[in-house]
Ligand binder design. Sequence first.
Ligand code: PLP
Length: 483
Amino acid sequence: MTDVLERLRRLRADDAPTHGGHVLSYVYDSGRPELDELADAAAQLARPLNGLDPTVFPSIAAMERDLIGFAKRMLHGGRAIIGSITSGGTESCLLAVKVARDLWREAHPEAAGLRPRLVGPSTVHAAFQKAALLFDLEWDPVPCAPDGTVDPADVVARMDADVAMIVVSAPAYPTGVLDPVRQVAAAAFERGIPCHVDACFGGFVLPWWPGLPRWDFRVRGVTSISADLHKFGYAPKGVSVLLHRGRRRRRAQFFATTRWAGYPVVNPTLLGSRSASPLAAAWAITQHLGDSGYAELTASIHRTATAVRATIAEITGLTVLGDPVGPAIAVIADESVPEADRVDPHRLADALVAYGWKIQHQPGFVQTDGVRLPHSAHLTLTPALEQGIEQFTGALAAASDSVRGVPRADARALAASMRALGYGENGRVPGPKAAWTLLKLAGAAKVSADQPLATLMALIEQLPAPVAEALLSELLARLSDPR
Ligand SMILES: Cc1ncc(COP(=O)(O)O)c(C=O)c1O
């Protein structure tokens, strides 16, 4: 047994560090080891349970009630606000869309067979594209300005009878920008269209962030909000909360059947059997931290954001994209200075690895109106980062110095050679074998945590999206092929 655990420890040694704030995406370290210990102990206590049936295991319902109550108070929800605990942000977003679609179909029997639209700024999380695909809606993105802001009038202009739901972000992951929730939700309300606020990323931070306009259930017209406990709730992965305004909306989430040979099935969420461990961990953390604990952790993130932004303001050639609020910042090259002085964000992200920090490459994105959101590097700021803030800002400045003037990676020739093979034309997408060959051709068939990614990101931007998606799917698929 100890041998097995030793092998796991050796495998884990290759992972990027999950603690200390050195990886500025994916992981959300509170910087308080006692929270991890508490979460571990709670998860262990709940480990044998099955969330499938809270009548058999009432502790699950009790923890869910407390968590939903906590989130509802945090988001200023009144008596009509109820919700569910899900397995994560994507599941919360999927369910919000499924509810909207089902209620739209119910309200529009004349439109049987038609696909309703799902409308939101093009910076909303990709989970909404996934939801549209799975639940047969048309994803209708509203282009944003290059600084990541959306004009509410552009969203309102799309609010027709075939729109099942509007989604806005608080804030958007790629930019940290808070969408104009009030303007959009008010217009949606007038037209009877539901408005979901995706606060998966910021839900457990923005309630304590100073100086924000209202974006939660105090805004009339906001019909649902998603907020992830496994992000800034500081719980281990596998837990999020989805709140609805009104019982009818939440009921539309449920799947129930007595029409099979086994036990009556009632699933409030997408899964059947589900672990209670992430739920128990999240419950314990929220009980322990309470409102004041989250306020303190948010104050730490706020100080860190201020320090990071002050550092970026001093770095020639680098700038912050738009005006982010909360724990996300995206950095881009400052195009107001000569090329020789610019800091390419992907060169910077690659260079930072040598200093012990990982920020996240985001490819440039050309929206449906042709306006490009610039390629950038994303920073998720966590409380743990405050303890090493001087090392981080020092590394940011030094790594910027080391790449200043280095032009962004160019993958146009590589992309052209793939196009020459006919991929991307007439919807031709490489199958698994061809995708693997192309990845090898691009030198991208092997991935490791420390690998420079600037060229791969440029290639992703240059290739037709279906081709890039096929390549990346193959890359991920091969990782778990048995050896
Ligand atoms: C705004 C937003 N929504 C949804 C998601 C999806 O969450 P998850 O990765 O937990 O499925 C994320 C993840 O980063 C996010 O930032």
